[in-house]
Design a protein around this ligand. Structure first.
Ligand code: FMN
Length: 323
């Protein structure tokens, strides 16, 4: 599949959420949706502090690694390491507004340094053979005009980068927490649509506030791809129709109970390899979203986390799921 077709639907990078286990669960539900790791900082990656974060299952492909950093040499080295690990794409985070990230001079504050971002991305792309992409916002603080956004994109584009994931709201660097920064600045989808119209040669993936297949299909009339974060984590089963309706692939629909069985065998096998069970079990919370017994299901998941054992709850949990 070419880049554009492969990225028609993506699940957003989310720290503490989209780890390798969550991505495995998502992959059981949709075979095509493009997956992203949590952000991994270049420092942690180079000094080998995050090998568990870099780890992925072979079933996860297509899967991109997201890097956080701003030092050119570190980004180049991290890109090479990531390619060596077998990732399909390298994405640079230019959208995270947290204080910690700002202190490291990366994330969203880099939107004020388009030339530096462009240089880093172009050198990263020269260092690897897989695609290098960027995830950014529309602007930062008071820089909220279309002109600011367009200028940022055109500088990066002129360095040869074609693939943009855009969280369609501004980032506010002081005064708002990362959580507020995902809710308070207004979504401006029209900026992203206009960008695609003005730059048909770019691959544009839109992100922010997308909650359903229907909404995704509407966005796809204007841009090349959609990226879904919170909605896909809170209700992973929403992806179950994406292969058919977004990728046009006839696939056998898999029921929630079947997904549950497969994920339980996965957890058993990973636990025997030393992975922490509670970190895997927690991803089950969303599987019962919308079901009449969702509350009871979540309660049992909590119990399994507390006990660090899912075995006693397996059959009750399975029965509570509605397909
Ligand atoms: C818990 C959490 C962690 C996140 N971590 C990252 C991250 O590591 N890298 C990143 O680029 N964005 C991160 N984001 C932002 C999402 O990727 C996405 O841009 C944002 O949630 C808006 O999309 P949504 O409305 O579909 O959730 C995170 C969001 C959440 C909720």
């Amino acid at each position: 599949m070419d880049f554009k077709s492969a990225h028609r639907a993506c699940v957003a990078p989310m720290m503490q959420y989209t780890d390798m286990h969550d991505r495995y669960l998502l992959r059981l539900i949709s075979k095509n949706t493009y997956l992203y790791t949590e952000m991994i900082t270049t420092g942690a990656l180079i000094f080998g502090k995050c090998l568990d974060q870099l780890d992925f299952n072979k079933e996860e492909h297509p899967v991109a690694v997201q890097l956080g950093g701003s030092d050119l040499n570190d980004l180049i080295e991290s890109s090479k390491i990531s390619e060596g690990y077998g990732y399909d794409e390298i994405n640079l985070n230019v959208g995270c507004p947290s204080d910690r990230v700002q202190k490291g001079r990366f994330g969203a504050c880099l939107m004020l340094e388009p030339e530096h971002v462009a240089n880093c991305l172009s050198e990263m792309q020269n260092a690897v053979t897989i695609p290098v992409t960027i995830k950014c916002r529309l602007g930062i603080d008071d820089n909220d005009s279309y002109e600011f956004f367009e200028n940022f994109v055109s500088v990066v584009k002129n360095a040869g980068i074609k693939n943009f994931i855009i969280h369609a709201r501004n980032g506010i660097l002081s005064g708002l927490s990362p959580r507020q920064n995902r809710m308070i600045p207004p979504l401006k989808y029209d900026f992203v649509y206009k960008l695609k119209k003005d730059n048909p040669d770019l691959n544009i993936i839109i992100n922010g506030g997308i909650k359903s297949l229907e909404e995704s299909l509407e966005h796809l009339d204007h841009v090349d791809g959609v990226m879904i974060g919170r909605a896909a984590y809170d209700n992973p089963f929403m992806l179950s129709e994406f292969d058919e309706h977004i990728y046009g692939q006839e696939t056998k629909r898999i029921s929630k109970a079947e997904i549950f069985d497969e994920y339980v065998s996965y957890m058993t096998s990973k636990e025997s390899q030393g992975y922490d069970l509670s970190r895997m079990v927690k991803h089950l919370f969303g599987l019962s979203k919308g079901d009449p017994h969702a509350k009871a299901f979540r309660k049992l998941v909590l119990e399994a986390i507390r006990l660090k054992d899912i075995t006693p709850y397996k059959s009750d949990l399975r029965q509570l799921l509605v397909n």
